[in-house]
Each structure stands twice: as C-alpha cells, then as structure tokens.
Unconditional design. Structure first.
Length: 617
C-alpha cells in the first residue's frame, strides 16, 4: 500500500477546500442561498416541482396544472432522466442541491479519467485540471449532462483503441449514459460524432467495429427512452412548435460578434473561463512550438514536404494534440457563430425540416472540454521541461539556465491557482456562491457596515425570497383558492406555478405553436405599442408573459412600484382562458376599464413582493 506524501496531502486539501467553497452554501445556508433566476428558477425548477406535487412523472400524456391544461408531453423540462428523477424522489431544493453536487463530482471524475487514461498526464495536472473543469458554472438542469461529456469521450476511446474489436459485455452499460444526458442539448451531437467514428473505423478496417456499433445502437435506444415525449411529438404527432418560428436573419456582423464571444468568453449556459489564463497560455505555447517547428523545417536540407513529415514525426504527441485541439475549437466556434448569424440555421431548416428549431450552434459546449484539455497539455509541457537547459549568448553574457522540478512545479501551481481563483471569485450565471458567502458572512453579520464595505446587494435574490412560499400560501388561504386560472403581472409567473397556482402564463421553450398564437391574442394590445415585447415574443414565444413597457418582470426588492397600465384583451382572458385572478406587483391604473376588481393588497415585511390581487366577475 502506497503511503501518502506531503505533496499529495496538499493537493487533496486544495481539492477539498475548492469543493467546500461550492458545496457548503447549499448545506449551511439552504434556501437563503442566492441562486440564478434566469433560465433556472424562472423555468425548469417550478415545472419539476409541479410534476412532483401532482404526480405527473409517470403520466405520458395528461393535462397539467399550468398553461391552460397543457399536456405533460410539452413540459420539456421534465423527461425520464436521472435529473428529473431526483425531483420526484426529493423535495425541490434538496434535489437541486444533490443534482449540483453530483454534477461537480461527476465532472471531476469524468475529466480525470479522460486526462489520466487517454492523455496519460501526471496525476497533479489531471487533478488540477479536473477540479477547474468540475466547478465551471453550467445551467443547472443540464449540469450532470454537461459534466459527463468527458466520460463518454473516454468510453468511446476505450472501446475504439483499448478493447479493440473484440466484443465486450461492458458496452451494454452504455445504455445507462443517456439517462444522465439530454438529447436536444448534447445527445444529437454525441450521436453524430459517434457515427463519424464508426464510419472511420469501417473505412479503415473494412468491417464494423462491433463494440462501437452496439454502443451506438444502445445510445440511440437510451435517448429515445429518456426523451420519448420529444420523439413522440416529432415523429408521431408532428406538432408544430414555437421553436419552429425562431426569428432568423442572416447578418455578417452577428457572425463576427458571436465568433469573438464564443472564442474569447464562451457562453453563459456552460461557461468555460478561458479568457484570462487558458487562452493566453495556450496561445503563447502554440506560437512558440509553431515557430520552433517552422525553424526546424527550414533548417532541414531535404525538400519542404519531406522536412515537414520528418519534423512531424519527431514532434511529441502532446504538442501535435495542442495544435489539433486548437483547430477543433476554431471549427466549433465557427459553426456556432454561423448558426447564430442565421446562415447555417436557414440552410439546415431547408435540408432537414424535421430538425427545424434545434440549436445546432450548441456545439460550442464541446469547446468547454477542449479548453481544459489544452490547459492540461500546457501544464504537462511545462512540467516536462524540468532538467532541460537553455543557453543564453548575448554579447559578453554566456549563461546556461536549468529548469528544476521545483521551478516547473511552481509554475504549474501558479497557473492552476490563477485559474481556480478566476472561477471562484467571478459571479456569473449559475455560479453565485461568492455572493452567498458575502451576503451571509459580510452583510448579514454587520461586518460590511463596520468596515464600510459594499452592502448593497438589493439585486441578489435568494431562493427563498424569489419563491416566497409562506407569503403566497397566505394569499391562497385568504381567497380559499381552488385551482382557478391565474396570471402574473410584473414578475415571473414561475413564482405562482411553484406555489401551486394554475397559471395560464409562464416559461416554456418548446410547446405547441397554437398555444403561442392563442396567448398572443391575449397580449396583442401591449404588443401593438411595445416594439421590444413584440419582437421578443414573435421571434420565439418562450416567455408567455403579460408584458409591459412600464414594469419589468425581473425580481426586485423595491416595493414602491408606481401604478401602471395593463394592456391585455380581457375578453380573451375570460372566455378563451377562463381566467379568474391577476396577481400584480403594481397597482393597475386601468383596472376599471378592464373590468378587474381589486380584492386586496398583500404586503409582508419578510417578502420582496407586494401583490395587488385582482379578480373578474
């Protein structure tokens, strides 16, 4: 049994401290944690809670308590995945916490396996890079899906190059993988890349690679089972969805802007944090090795083609891989920018109409893995220069510099330190742990006032504050609520959905186009005078909200909201949606004209909401 040395203790200690930074806010502060609302609390989580509350998980096609009784088929945030299962077994915040912790741990294990088993890098580099990758922020309902991408890459490599073409029963285990993945976000790309690999080995070996072939079939079966509702809608019902009318216009300026953003900043749904450390280091090392390669080619005495082949043969695999990965990143970035700018999406919608609405630009998510492979290679290349020497001859200066193991180890540690701190202290979507720590330890304890530190965190809303369970429960009890149709005005309808109201409005990124058009008739008066809302809704329709140019739906602690006008078609609200209540964050100036009656104003010091409850006769 190997003993653990001092260096290993330090490395393991760092890993534990980093994970503790991200895990403990959920475990210590619970629902007081500041959680990202955008594409998270405003969308997927209330749907998953509704499925648990009303036992919808086992029901394939049944009306739900939302969107005017819309079928479970179109509640795309809930499928038969492991993530959804967690919300069926546990309460919502507990499931959210478990899902997050597992996504980090799965990310660490997956990336470590990829780096250690395929690239055969040093354990230190593997651990450092895997930690950085694991704690990267990602949209929570896809956290496990994204974190396990390195694992499926390792599985493909194992059966393609290690297990060779001898059948192995282990390939049957791959059927489990789709339950931790998502077809629309990742699966469609994985199946495409896997198929390309299968074709490559078929052409190379003139026969099917049995394990890869069986694995591909099992992946297809797994994804069909997990997203059975999606495939049923696509191939059986063939229901036109709102995503099919995405506003598309070709624009070269959008292409250039997107290419820059994807390449430099990444994308917030699955941030990669390459800008400050990884990109500069990778670029410097790539340029250095490229210049050295070209110099060596030039110094060869044979013809150019022979010199290039000879130099490539002498170049170590890690340097060659560094170039290859950089090229793939550029290619994926190009594809994503091409899709965003409309050029690719229009082309694909014509040649593959059934996939119209799929976001093929999401291939950028694979850059997230590639950046950390590059980071790992750079760290390993730095470690590899130990005991090497450089001779400096400038004028009268003749000096030989030898790189010791201590020096190279220090450089690697510093780069890891800078990268992990960059990730830790940067508050972005889906990574607001630093805000929670600051809010709970610095502001609430009074330290901020004592030392005159920043104490205005009014824009940061906690999980508990956003959903305000007790506050809305008191409203339901006061009106003896019995599942009447409601709508929210001036805040996210997901708040009402979470609290058990039967909402006609809300967030749904893939639902029947007919309902989108029906809801449009309700908000048509506002869309006629609000250009932003008209373009936003007609270009997608994912947010079925009662829009207003006077009040925005983003949460705020400001309770002194001025009276505003509500521009909706009340005949549609009453007759087409059977609407009963409108719970507004502001007084509605034209309530009499709309035929709305104010029942009561609800206010609570502990709540961020002041609710004006209106009803129809």
């Amino acid at each position: 049994m190997h003993s653990i040395n001092k260096k290993q203790i330090i490395i393991y200690g760092i890993v534990i401290l980093v994970f503790a930074f991200f895990f403990l806010p959920f475990l210590i502060f619970g629902t007081d944690s500041i959680i990202t609302i955008h594409d998270n609390l405003d969308s997927s989580l209330p749907v998953l809670k509704m499925f648990r509350d009303y036992n919808y998980f086992g029901k394939f096609d049944t009306p739900t308590n939302s969107f005017n009784g819309m079928s479970t088929l179109y509640m795309n945030f809930s499928n038969y995945s492991f993530h959804s299962l967690l919300f069926y077994i546990f309460s919502d915040f507990t499931a959210y916490t478990i899902s997050y912790i597992l996504s980090v741990l799965f990310g660490f294990i997956s990336m470590y396996l990829l780096l250690k088993r395929i690239l055969n890098l040093s354990s230190t580099v593997c651990i450092f890079s895997a930690v950085c990758y694991a704690v990267l922020p990602v949209i929570p309902n896809l956290g496990i899906c994204v974190s396990t991408i390195p694992l499926i890459i390792y599985v493909f490599y194992y059966f393609a190059f290690i297990n060779k073409n001898v059948f192995s029963w282990k390939i049957l285990l791959i059927l489990i993988y789709p339950f931790f993945s998502a077809f629309a976000f990742i699966g469609i790309f994985l199946l495409g890349f896997w198929l390309l690999g299968l074709i490559y080995f078929l052409l190379k070996n003139k026969q099917f690679h049995i394990n890869l072939f069986i694995g591909y079939i099992l992946l297809c079966i797994g994804y069909i089972i997990v997203d059975l509702k999606l495939f049923y809608i696509m191939f059986v019902l063939q229901t036109p969805l709102n995503r099919g009318i995405f506003s598309i216009s070709t624009d070269i300026s959008i292409f250039l802007k997107s290419f820059y953003n994807y390449g430099i900043n990444g994308f917030y749904h699955a941030a990669s944090f390459q800008k400050m450390v990884i990109l500069p280091v990778g670029l410097i090392m790539t340029i250095f090795f490229l210049i050295r390669f070209l110099i060596n080619v030039k110094n060869e005495s044979r013809n150019l083609l022979y010199n290039i082949k000879n130099e490539l043969a002498k170049t170590c695999k890690n340097i060659k891989l560094l170039f290859i990965l950089g090229f793939i990143i550029l290619f994926f970035t190009f594809i994503a920018a091409l899709y965003d700018s409309g050029f690719l999406s229009i082309f694909l919608s014509k040649i593959i109409p059934i996939l119209n609405g799929f976001h093929f630009g999401r291939v950028w998510v694979f850059n997230r893995i590639l950046w950390y492979l590059i980071f790992s290679l750079c760290l390993q290349l730095i470690l590899n220069i130990q005991n090497n020497t450089i001779k400096i001859n400038i004028g009268n200066i003749n000096k030989t510099i030898k790189f010791s193991a201590v020096f190279t180890g220090f450089c690697v540690s510093i780069l890891f330190f800078f990268q992990i701190i960059y990730i830790l202290i940067t508050p972005v979507y889906y990574s607001e742990h630093i805000k929670t720590w600051y809010n709970e330890i610095i502001i609430k304890t009074g330290i901020a006032n004592r030392f005159k530190l920043k104490n205005d965190f009014s824009g940061n809303i906690s999980y508990k504050e956003f959903f305000a369970l007790e506050f809305f429960e008191s409203i339901k009890n006061d009106i003896s609520y019995s599942n009447e149709k409601v709508a929210a005005f001036g805040y996210h309808p997901s708040v009402l959905m979470y609290n058990g109201f039967n909402c006609i409005d809300g967030y749904n990124n893939a639902y029947p186009l007919s309902y989108m058009q029906k809801f449009r008739t309700l908000i048509a008066p506002e869309l006629e005078i609000n250009e932003w809302a008209r373009e936003y809704y007609d270009g997608w329709g994912g947010r079925m909200y009662l829009f207003s140019s006077e009040i925005f739906y983003a949460p705020t602690r400001n309770k002194n909201t001025s009276p505003v006008k509500l521009n909706i078609d009340m005949d549609v609200f009453i007759n087409d949606f059977n609407g009963k209540y409108i719970l507004s964050r502001a007084e509605i100036l034209n309530s009499n004209d709309l035929g709305l009656n104010l029942h009561k104003i609800y206010y609570c010091d502990e709540s961020i909401y002041t609710i004006y409850l209106y009803y129809t006769l």
